[in-house]
Design a protein around this ligand. Structure first.
Ligand SMILES: NC(=O)c1ccc[n+]([C@@H]2O[C@H](COP(=O)([O-])OP(=O)(O)OC[C@H]3O[C@@H](n4cnc5c(N)ncnc54)[C@H](O)[C@@H]3O)[C@@H](O)[C@H]2O)c1
Ligand SMILES: N[C@@H](CCC=O)C(=O)O
Length: 545
């Protein structure tokens, strides 16, 4: 066995490629898209060393082209959840006893595979399966995924290096970071390929074994992630990928005595149900499970009267509509001073008329489809209700069409009531609600922002007045876990802006940071005494002479 204090290559952010006309990366991506469209994949579950095919097939179709079949995946049931847990527990001893540098090597290799030979494949899968355009796929499936893997390896070494600062005379104090006893359950959302890969990988990196269930609408790219993990050398059973009905999986996982933790990203309601179930079952577990959940948002942009109207408009155009507003961080409520509104509105309406909407394979399309018919119908209903409401003014968009794909036109509505339903509820789509406040009501509007929704994920202040920036930073300190000054509220970068919100937005364990990795270990303190006493009597017990 190798012995040494090893350093890992310092993590740096993966450069974002630009996919401009005639670029090498654009050609590679176009070829990968064509290859993916020209075949139908048959996607198994991965349990232990086995690829499991049940014959209970579910179809995968691009959200922007629902007549095209990308392939099918094999849906499982409770027996497969149990099999995945058994496979994880069987792999546990070997995996947790593997020297940490070997685990590090596997995930560093996975990062290089994503950055290199799999880049076009994983981006193409994300573009087709989740309807992200080339740039949105690149910053997610390629760059953020690579960053998660490389930075987490570095944080892992930093965690292992943290040792008690003092060892008294004749004593050596040490801290060991044990993997959790049992298995970790990774439950991942549809909207970020990087998050889907990171939730199982971060727990596994720290020596845990994992059962991973992605969203049905993300299975197409999840399958590529699993191929990368396998090629990188993740041993069988360490990460088991299953597809089954969420509540059915939950019933098995949350009743299992070896359930040691959940790594969740998704909606607030689902997470709150999970937490409640875990609480009810707490006596069934061998250890108190770690509960990590990053959840929904109702993210705000606050413009101060001193703000530049173009900066505000661009923060909203990008923040609200990139990836069709399906980012937990998406700007979905804006507070604009009356003096600035005409210029902001003019800029937005003018530019939104230039948005092209359509399939991801046409690189001119800035806007693509929303993820599913369920999401489409929900968004269409909110738009219809808003159009029918006298207190709401339609500023832009408002149309939708499901004939080819789940297309919702980017929509801006202006509301008279700052607590109108679309100001409070997470819609998860390209609908931005704007409230125009009187210029002298800046302080009052911050109180309104703070109490409008249950969430506290991201938010922005846009201002050229430093006093206003300072005031908003202080007053809104609990309204967002990621706060932006003169920027849009989306696009956090691993290693630069650790990501996560509080209140109804999650446990704020900051994905892609040391804070998150600490949730997947259980420290053991070891005290060694070199010359232990051989008589129980302390000096004070001796008789005074
Ligand atoms: N805070 C963050 O970092 C962050 C990041 C990405 C997405 N999100 C949030 O995720 C949501 C969008 O993703 P989504 O639609 O995939 O979320 P979702 O909650 O519908 O699904 C998340 C996962 O939970 C599973 N699931 C759903 N219902 C379940 C149940 N009753 N029991 C067990 N499992 C169940 C799904 O199959 C999926 O794998 C939004 O609310 C968004 O804000 C948050
Ligand atoms: N981390 C991403 C959002 C992830 C949630 O969907 C961002 O900062 O935009």
């Amino acid at each position: 066995m190798l012995k040494g204090f090893f350093n890992v290559p310092p993590a740096v952010n993966e450069p974002v490629l630009n996919y401009g006309p005639r670029s090498v990366e654009r050609a590679a991506l176009k070829a990968a898209l064509e290859a993916a469209r020209s075949q139908q994949v048959d996607i198994p579950m991965y349990i232990g060393a086995d690829e499991v095919r049940t014959g209970n097939l579910k179809e995968l179709r691009p959200p922007h082209d629902h007549k095209h079949l990308l392939g099918t995946f094999h849906f499982g049931d409770k027996s497969h959840v149990n099999a995945a847990i058994d496979a994880a527990l069987a792999a546990k001893a070997d995996w947790e006893n593997l020297p940490w540098e070997q685990r590090a090597a596997i995930f560093l290799k996975a990062a290089d595979l994503v950055a290199g030979p799999y880049r076009a494949t994983i981006n193409a899968a994300t573009m087709l399966g989740q309807s992200k355009n080339a740039y949105q796929a690149e910053i997610d499936a390629a760059c953020e995924f690579v960053d998660f893997l490389r930075f987490n390896v570095q944080y892992m070494t930093e965690i292992y290096q943290q040792q008690p600062p003092v060892s008294g005379k004749g004593i050596w104090n040490r801290v060991e970071q044990r993997p959790l006893e049992g298995f970790v359950f990774a439950l991942t959302p549809f909207n970020f390929t990087a998050i889907a890969g990171n939730l199982p990988a971060s727990a596994a990196m720290m020596g845990n074994v994992v059962v991973w269930k992605p969203a049905d609408t993300q299975v197409y790219a999840a399958n590529v992630i699993m191929q990368i993990f396998k090629e990188a050398g993740v041993p069988p059973g360490v990460i088991n990928l299953i597809y089954a009905d969420g509540p059915e999986v939950g019933e098995v996982v949350f009743n299992h005595p070896d359930f040691a933790g959940i790594h969740f990203t998704g909606s607030t309601g689902v997470f709150q149900n999970i937490w409640q179930t875990i609480g009810t079952n707490i006596h069934k577990y061998k250890t108190y499970p770690r509960i990590v959940g990053e959840t929904g948002g109702k993210d705000f942009v606050l413009a101060h009267p001193s703000a530049n109207a173009d900066v505000v408009a661009v923060a909203l155009l990008r923040g609200a509509f990139e990836y069709q507003g399906q980012k937990c961080s998406a700007a979905s409520r804006a507070y604009i001073p009356a003096s600035l509104w005409p210029a902001v509105k003019e800029h937005m309406v003018r530019e939104m008329a230039t948005f092209k909407m359509g399939p991801t394979e046409d690189f001119e399309n800035f806007i693509n489809a929303v993820i599913s018919e369920v999401s489409f119908d929900k968004l269409a209903k909110y738009i219809d209700d808003a159009k029918a409401d006298d207190s709401v003014e339609l500023i832009a968009g408002g149309n939708y069409d499901k004939s080819q794909g789940w297309f919702i036109e980017p929509t801006v509505i202006k509301v008279d009531d700052p607590f109108y339903v679309t100001m409070c509820t997470e819609l998860f789509g390209p609908v931005l609600s704007v409230y125009v406040y009187e210029d002298d009501q800046f302080e009052q509007i911050m109180d309104t922002i703070d109490k409008t929704s249950i969430y506290a994920l991201t938010g922005s202040i846009i201002s050229q007045d430093r006093y206003a920036i300072a005031q908003a930073t202080q007053r809104l300190r609990n309204a967002a876990g990621n706060f932006y000054v003169n920027d849009k509220p989306t696009g956090a970068v691993v290693g630069q802006q650790p990501f996560g919100g509080a209140r109804g937005s999650g446990t704020n364990d900051k994905a892609g940071s040391m804070i998150n990795l600490l949730r997947w270990v259980s420290p053991r303190t070891i005290k060694e005494t070199f010359d232990p006493p051989k008589d129980y009597r302390y000096p004070f017990l001796q008789k005074e002479l």
